[in-house]
Ligand binder design. Sequence first.
Ligand SMILES: C[S@@+](CC[C@H](N)C(=O)[O-])C[C@H]1O[C@@H](n2cnc3c(N)ncnc32)[C@H](O)[C@@H]1O
Length: 260
Amino acid sequence: MSFVTSLKNTFPRPVLHSLRPMAKMVYRNNLNYLALLYGTDKWGKHWYTQHYQRYFHSLQKKRLNILEIGVGGYEDSKEGAESLRMWKTFFRKSRIVGIDINDKTHFREHRVDIRQCDQTDAVALRKLSDEYGGFDIIIDDGSHLNEHVIATFHVLFPLLRPNGIYSIEDTQTSYWPGWGGGINKPDTLMTFFKNLADGINHVEYPIPQYTPSYFDQNIVEIAFFHNLIVIRKGLNNEQSNCPELVQKEIRRMETTQISA
Ligand SMILES: C[S@@+](CC[C@H](N)C(=O)[O-])C[C@H]1O[C@@H](n2cnc3c(N)ncnc32)[C@H](O)[C@@H]1O
């Protein structure tokens, strides 16, 4: 039984409702608690918020645009928006946008925009990103179909703002045939992202005239967790890997060696 369910069984609804604002104030900096409070499975069933806490705590008070693919509840119009409420409480100055293939627009509220949109609709995704001037954080918790995850990443990652963070949840579907996955299958999402990890070292390839891809040049970190991938966008070339201070030190060492 989850923590939230046991609370629901213990206390009458009006008591729980009266405690909610207080709990929100106390736990607004803790994503694990907020996930339980709002009832998203990012903590309790899955264990994602512990990782998000590390990536997002320094961004918490910034004015960001955050997109989550998958509002939740599937065809049930009464269910959904739990994670959007969690993000809204945690990122207190940010705009939260959720998209879902099912209509969840009735869950819109102050700072939370929701659109009905298929994550494979590249035109709609580009239009949405343009409308917001780009997103700083994108979380893919949509269909989890391998083909969709990869296609959506191709469209949205280039539109992610500099230093943005892109995450993909429920990556276990990479191994599940029903989701287009499979063990040792070449076109799964895990194979795709594992290949991108090599690109982080592309400047070291012993290939003359190697032409780096967009992903080679704009990914500085890929972290693989249980069922979760987190990718950080940033400039990845000879210069960015050798910041000014390091370059200065190299020049100093070179001149010392020459004069010695
Ligand atoms: C796992 S739920 C999202 C849960 C929510 N993000 C949370 O953490 O509480 C997945 C949602 O993705 C939606 N979905 C499925 N296929 C989709 C697609 N092709 N495009 C957009 N949303 C999709 C489903 O309708 C469902 O509501």
